[in-house]
Design a binder for this molecule. Sequence first.
Ligand SMILES: [Zn+2]
Length: 106
Amino acid sequence: MIREAVAVIRCDCGERVGTKIQSQKLFDEMRSFFDGNVSNGIFEEISTGRRGQEFYFEETDEGVKKFWHSANRWFKCRSCNSVWEFQYPDFPAAGYVRKHIEETRE
Ligand SMILES: [Zn+2]
């Protein structure tokens, strides 16, 4: 696979934490945050989840990693390799955003 010589991509994953999504306003904000980062090329949407799938595996330089897979959308940051899980709310049930740290790293 050809790696492009890209400029350094800056993300702000380190400054962000997961959050519970209890309002339409916050949901809209989170959706534009993720969609914006995908358009910018910072995030890559790695999966559109389906209920019923419990996890998926991904091969990485450090080996095969397992990620739980119960949410609607998953994103991977191309800058820092964080994986973000974005569960849409189904009001009155809240949604959430979670950051997943690589599980196999020691
Ligand atoms: Zn990042």
